[in-house]
Design a binder for this molecule. Structure first.
Ligand code: 13P
Length: 256
């Protein structure tokens, strides 16, 4: 199975920087023949320009576009929000939902997150549902329970039909304490948490024994990506800081 590498650029860059970064990544991707599943997730104001650069490149089939946040509503009087349908105009296929930065800084609770999940799944697009425990929760040995609750509540509004297949759902395990800190869990801890996520998901997608792809995120860099991406149950990586440097990011992609 080909691994998926996603670049979450968060609130970084200018149009010039985003253009350069996209061009450099496209250049690097051309040399990596086994890289079939790369997702670039720029700030939303730059979606159109990144979309154009991808489309006119020779690797447009191997690079997709994602969005960092999404409205829980289809359309209407919701100032500041954008919908999954609007993003279709730029061929956006993936939407991050439940990132810890949105849970913590923007107070998104599990009800809001489950509505956002549903709003994407009502379209033809896919979600990247982020989950992860804080350091405090980990130290209190609550990590497994927190993760189970975040998956169950995030997917709580799925219709019976949506529960038949997990093909539109990607889960990103991002321990909050590992994001942007240079710290990562041990390889064994990542393996065990991904196994736990597989077990919980298997109870949700009962019919076809379909399991979401599961990414690891949190301080992935070109030095640790090889080891992390070889862990059984890790289907790819969601990369923040290191994805803002084309060379470092392509080095990560090289490890799949
Ligand atoms: P870092 O790779 O900078 O730790 O960020 C991870 C992340 O939050 C990706 O969504």
């Amino acid at each position: 199975m080909s691994k998926l590498i996603a670049a979450n650029w968060k609130q970084n860059g200018s149009s010039l920087e985003v253009d350069n970064l996209t061009r450099e990544i496209i250049k690097g991707a051309k040399k990596l023949k086994n890289l079939n599943n790369l997702i670039l997730i720029p700030p939303s104001v730059y979606l159109e320009r990144v979309s154009k650069l991808i489309k006119k490149s020779s690797v447009s089939k191997r690079i997709s576009l994602g969005v960092q946040n999404i409205s829980p509503y289809k359309n209407g009087a919701y100032t500041g929000e954008i919908s999954a349908d609007m993003c279709k105009d730029f061929d956006c296929k993936y939407f991050i939902v439940g990132h810890s930065e949105r849970r913590e800084t923007f107070n998104e609770d599990s009800v809001m997150i489950s509505k956002k999940v549903l709003s994407v799944l009502n379209t033809s697009q896919k979600i990247i549902l982020c989950i992860g425990e804080t350091l405090n929760q980990r130290e209190k040995k609550q990590a497994r329970k927190v993760i189970a609750n975040q998956i169950k509540s995030g997917l709580s509004l799925l219709t019976p039909k949506m529960r038949r297949t997990a093909s539109k759902i990607i889960i990103a395990y991002e321990p909050v304490w590992a994001i942007g800190t240079g710290k990562t869990p041990s390889l064994q801890d990542i393996f065990l948490m991904h196994k736990h996520i597989i077990e919980i998901s298997a109870k949700i997608f009962i019919t076809n024994r379909s399991i979401p792809k599961i990414l690891y995120g949190g301080s992935v860099n070109s030095e640790n990506s090889n080891e992390i991406l070889s862990i059984q149950g890790v289907d790819g990586a969601l990369v923040g800081g290191a994805s803002l440097n084309a060379k470092k990011f392509i080095d990560i992609c090289r490890s799949i």
